[in-house]
Design a protein around this ligand. Structure first.
Ligand SMILES: Cc1ncc(COP(=O)(O)O)c(C=O)c1O
Length: 411
């Protein structure tokens, strides 16, 4: 993704070619490109390849919640929902976050149910940003955060996460904050690196938020996908943060239902009031029958989450070992279901110099679709030797991926 940001939109304004018979279209939409992940998915579908670019499971969603969705439709839960979320779902969310995330919130005033975490993020930023505000984003980042920030009128400021363990420099983080900082976006467990922010790191970030009087917007969509005994900590549960955090989540990843489009944002009453207004005008509401099913998903027993972790643990180990063996340099994720891998050796062998050409060549040679590394960076020249693999796939899919990738050994 190429992002210039709001601050430079004047430069973009001057460079946009006018349309023949139309006034110029929105300048701000000139400042970022279409999602690279969708583009890779299209190329992959065209060649009938294995899509390890987009983070959607190719295995079945849990039977119980599929039945709950069908039942909700049969029960005629088919009209507009309460715009900010059906009461049953908001109550289930409040119970779940009190238990798992140690966050106290009122289902009446503090929760907005949205069309996925995607809508929760843009609605939140639209609700809190004024032009000229700055938003801090850790880089590499989930590709939506750049355009979300720009569309809301803020200027993104990037703080690097350094491999192999994707730690940030405390000095660089402290320097990123100033009077203009309105918010910091946190994503833990993290896409694309698999970093799980430690309690100590989150306490440090919380200290800076309090010092500079700014908000934390935290995307915790992979909160149940953790490895090696890692602990998920919600920054909203830390001292002084309850009132200045917006916690975003969804059922997409935990319950393998990325197409249902049910997510939420939790924030204090004042912020929630703003988010609800934006949400109402953006989408009215998330699909009613899927909200019913989401409420029942949130009551799944602990064994469900244990099995989910176990499944991803095995898939992670399989793909990590495979990538290491065939000449990539993968970084072992601690959470989420992605592996970032450096491909210098393979790129050299193929005489390829950039991540896009490498990703395209990889589909052509092996049938395996990945995401080019630069899509996760705004800074030029970062990620040029990286690709991201999503391993939320059946064992048999990864076995086929193995067959494809092993072709690289005979080049
Ligand atoms: C970090 C992160 N946030 C949000 C999303 C999208 O979430 P949803 O499907 O709930 O809109 C994704 C999807 O890949 C993601 O990786």
């Amino acid at each position: 993704m190429r992002i210039w940001g709001f601050a430079d939109s004047e430069m973009v304004r001057k460079s946009v070619k006018p349309h023949k018979n139309l006034k110029p279209l929105s300048y701000i939409t000139e400042t970022f490109t279409e999602s690279v992940i969708r583009e890779m998915t299209r190329i992959c579908d065209a060649v009938g390849g294995y899509n390890l670019s987009q983070g959607f499971p190719d295995f079945e969603a849990p039977e119980e919640i599929k039945r709950a969705a069908v039942q909700a439709i049969l029960n005629d839960c088919n009209q507009y929902p309460v715009t900010f979320g059906e009461p049953k779902l908001r109550e289930a969310i409040a119970r779940k976050v009190a238990d798992y995330n140690k966050i106290k919130c009122s289902p009446e005033t503090d929760i907005t149910v949205t069309c996925g975490a995607t809508e929760a993020m843009i609605a939140t930023l639209k609700a809190i940003i004024n032009p000229g505000d700055e938003v801090i984003i850790f880089e590499p980042f989930y590709e939506n955060y750049g355009p979300d920030t720009i569309l809301s009128g803020a200027t993104p400021k990037y703080v690097t996460l350094y491999p192999p363990d994707w730690k940030y420099s405390p000095g660089e983080l402290a320097l990123a904050f100033n009077e203009k900082t309105k918010a910091i976006i946190i994503n833990t467990p993290h896409n694309p690196t698999g970093k799980v922010f430690s309690r100590k790191e989150l306490e440090e970030i919380a200290g800076l938020c309090i010092k500079w009087d700014c908000l934390a917007v935290t995307d915790e969509i992979y909160e149940h996908i953790l490895y090696d005994g890692e602990e998920h900590v919600s920054i909203a549960s830390l001292n002084g943060m309850g009132n200045r955090t917006i916690t975003i989540n969804s059922i997409s990843k935990t319950y393998s239902v990325t197409g249902w489009r049910v997510g939420w944002a939790i924030a204090n009453e004042e912020i929630t009031g703003r988010i609800r207004k934006v949400h109402d005008f953006l989408t009215v509401g998330a699909p009613t029958p899927f909200q019913e099913a989401a409420a029942s998903a949130l009551t799944m027993p602990p064994t469900y989450y244990e099995n989910l972790r176990l499944r991803y643990d095995q898939l992670r180990d399989f793909l990590f070992a495979l990538l290491s063996e065939i000449g990539f340099k993968p970084f072992l994720p601690k959470g989420s279901y992605y592996i970032i891998a450096e491909a210098d050796k393979l790129m050299e062998r193929l005489a390829i110099k950039d991540d896009f050409s490498f990703s395209r060549k990889l589909i052509e040679l092996t049938g395996v679709a990945t995401v080019p590394g630069t899509s996760f960076y705004a800074s030029p020249n970062k990620g040029l030797n990286q690709v991201r693999f999503a391993f939320c796939k059946k064992q048999e899919t990864l076995k086929n991926v193995e067959k494809g990738l092993r072709r690289l050994c005979y080049l």
